[in-house]
Design a protein around this ligand. Sequence first.
Ligand code: NAD
Length: 328
Amino acid sequence: MSEDTGSGKTPESLSPGVACVGMGVIGCGWATYFASRGIDVRAWDPDPEAPGRLRRTLEIAWPAMEQLGLGPGAGPDRVRFAGSLDEALEGAALIQESAPERLPLKQSLLSELDRMSSADAIIASSTSGYRISQLTENCSRGPERIVVGHPFNPVYLLPLVEVVAGPGTDPAAMNRAEAMYAGAGKRVLRLEREVDGFIADRLQEAMWREALHMVANGEATVEQLDLSITAGPGLRWALMGPMLTFHLAGGEGGMAHMLDHFGPSLESPWTRLVAPELTPELRDAVVEGCEEASRGLGVPELVRERDRGLVAIIQALERAGLGTVGPG
Ligand SMILES: NC(=O)c1ccc[n+]([C@@H]2O[C@H](COP(=O)([O-])OP(=O)(O)OC[C@H]3O[C@@H](n4cnc5c(N)ncnc54)[C@H](O)[C@@H]3O)[C@@H](O)[C@H]2O)c1
């Protein structure tokens, strides 16, 4: 992190830069990604530990960014920690909010961002599921330029960002947000209407709930649950989503055969889609299971291992001519 060098070529729509507000896992990921594309970032977080967290994320992530290819003028020094929220927001084209997923906190922060920022900046929330109409209740200038910009962890490697409008979002602001993310090399999934959990989190949550039920009922261990995905459906999902995957599972008859064949069994009571009660026992079983499954590795080592794997998958898809997922 240092002063701006001025040598990068920030895409027109993101010029002069991005303000990242809330520098936890996701904010640090966004800042790292933008810096890798040569885009200037001003970061802000009230936690005195946040600059250290950002530095560690940049250190861990940068080798992967170099392997995938940096944008012109890229460098960790594109990110600068601001001394105040005001300073972080000054002149930003995009304000990316990544504060904790607590509705009252986000409502009050978004109203502050709305009040303090230039009226032509786009404000995007990284929220994992709140609706823009909930988040913007206290915004005095109105919700026209506020969108959801929902990323996926690690933000610096996974290209997808769900851009979601609220009922009051101006379509022109959606167009600008889409152009900003796409210009920075992200893959944009655009939702014109509010959907709880958007698309990807809705799917992830369904599986997560089932996994918790299986631990709570002693039906599967944490390790078995993870293996069931990494050695199975997870490999296919790097290539095809759940729909085309099942289209091929229907053989030559495709999805039509799949639905006719398995349709009746969909009514079998295999799933328990109501969230299980998070008892202390369930919490401890999941936490202990993750510790065992980590093979003695700490989170930084696991992050490095995951990043090496993701880079290898992205590069393998590119070599096979199927490389639609890598950062642009
Ligand atoms: N972790 C994920 O996998 C993931 C994925 C996609 C989206 N998200 C969303 O991103 C957002 C951030 O999640 P996270 O996992 O990075 O959380 P986190 O707890 O790692 O980080 C939150 C950060 O916000 C800071 N913060 C607290 N109060 C603040 C305030 N008033 N103003 C600015 N910053 C403040 C905290 O100091 C912390 O650094 C949430 O909305 C979450 O739903 C998370």
